[in-house]
Design a protein around this ligand. Structure first.
Ligand code: UDP
Length: 245
């Protein structure tokens, strides 16, 4: 994907469950067109994406690129849905799993956690923390994580903050599955809504976000930029780093 890896799998939740139960520390990056364009300008972000154990095709642009330009049979896997499927699998397996939610406005992660805890009692949400805080509070948060050693740590700080933060701190819980989940806590807490299925199925989720959050227009210029770059990249015959797992 424009020099970035994408891991193509048929069942991401199962692969992650294996990591979880074997205590294999894993960083999951949810790649979309916007993040790809950011990584072109931000070498630290690009490095983190290269080092992540799992890079999933989160956005419609990434999937279209892999399908249309590379002829790969790839299904979209939004990060929010990956986390939801992982939690559902944990519920079905009846295995107690310790989870931590970090990010979002004050109270949002706690509300999201309460909602999940009610749906899936096997999820032991051992802690939550807002994404807006002082450096002193962050030091406390890091000490808490090191002490609790949660098995799954969801980080919703937005791109690229969450990816860089995970890369910097994952050594504190080396056996955990860390996922950058963007605005997922906002959705689970009921503060925001996702696009209706018919828009998502037609690769138009971005249009819904633009309608709900018009301030995103500038960030979304990354989408046509991505489409153009993807085409040029492909036509230039450069090799594509897409790992088949
Ligand atoms: N956020 C945060 N701390 C910050 C900046 C943002 O916790 O300093 C949260 C914000 O409240 C929101 C999420 O990060 O819940 C970013 O969501 P968005 O949908 O914008 O993510 P992206 O589009 O970058 O994946």
């Amino acid at each position: 994907m424009l020099g970035l890896p994408v891991h193509v799998m048929t069942n991401y939740p199962n692969w992650l469950l294996e990591c979880l139960y074997q205590g294999r520390g894993t960083h999951v990056v949810t790649l979309n067109a916007e993040m790809t364009m950011q990584a072109e300008r931000n070498t630290s972000l690009a490095e983190v994406i290269h080092q992540a154990e799992l890079v999933i095709p989160d956005g419609a642009g990434v999937v279209l690129y892999l399908q249309l330009l590379l002829g790969q049979n790839v299904q979209r896997c939004p990060g929010i849905e990956l986390a939801e499927k992982l939690f559902t699998e944990i519920g079905q397996k009846q295995t107690a799993t310790q989870v931590f939610f970090y990010g979002g406005a004050p109270g949002v992660a706690a509300k999201a956690a309460a909602s999940w805890q009610q749906k899936i009692p096997q999820l032991q949400i051992v802690g939550t923390h807002s994404g807006y805080h002082s450096p002193e509070e962050e030091a406390k948060l890091l000490a808490t994580l090191a002490d609790l050693q949660p098995q799954i740590i969801l980080v919703g700080l937005g791109v690229p903050r969450q990816e860089l933060w995970i890369a910097q701190n994952r050594h504190l819980c080396p056996h955990a599955v860390w996922i950058g989940v963007g605005g997922s806590f906002d959705i689970w807490s009921g503060s925001k809504t996702r696009a209706p299925g018919w828009l998502a199925n037609n690769n138009l989720e971005w249009l819904y976000r633009l309608y709900k959050e018009p301030w995103r227009w500038q960030r979304m210029l990354a989408l046509p930029e991505f489409a153009l770059k993807a085409l040029v990249y492909r036509l230039s015959g450069k090799s594509v780093n897409s790992a088949e797992c």
